[in-house]
Design a protein around this ligand. Structure first.
Ligand code: HEM
Length: 122
């Protein structure tokens, strides 16, 4: 019984050591792949999605595909649709009436994020 206990303890620690040694030997996880998956869109990319049925906006440095959200937006469509395909931070921040959206609107917005907005190179 004592022998069985001893041999299983040794086998256990051998396994632990083997896993630890393997983790030293394996290359570290490549985080750059995760960063590379983030998409970037330019003004020209935005401009190709400028209709209510296919509506992208750039707001606060991010790009959002709002096509499926627009029919749910509480204002009259003509308040929000002209911003499809455009940089719309100011319009979003003020609702074009000098009043900000609520924090709730920000939680809705985040669900439609598709990538980063990059200012086009000159
Ligand atoms: C960028 C152009 C936009 C304009 C000009 C605009 C304007 C407006 C207006 C006029 C209202 C209704 C009246 C009011 O509450 O004062 C409103 C309400 C609202 N909008 Fe927008 N909106 C825009 C984009 C968005 C986006 C992108 C979202 C979220 C994805 C959003 C979410 C909401 C919500 C949740 C409300 C209800 C009231 C609140 O939470 O502030 N809006 N917006």
């Amino acid at each position: 019984m004592r022998r069985l206990y001893l041999s299983s303890t040794i086998a256990f620690w051998l396994l632990v050591t083997a896993f630890w040694a393997a983790s030293l030997w394996l290359p570290p996880a490549d985080d750059s792949l995760v960063v590379a998956a983030e998409k970037s869109y330019s003004t020209a990319d935005l401009a190709r999605h400028a209709t209510p049925a296919d509506c992208w906006m750039a707001i606060r440095g991010n790009v959002y595909d709002l096509s499926t959200y627009l029919p749910e937006h509480p204002s009259r469509p003509e308040m929000v649709e002209p911003w499809c395909g455009k940089e719309a931070t100011e319009a979003y921040n003020t609702k074009t009436k000098g009043r900000p959206h609520t924090p709730y609107a920000d939680t809705v917005l985040v669900k439609y994020r598709i990538g980063k907005f990059v200012i086009d190179k000159p």
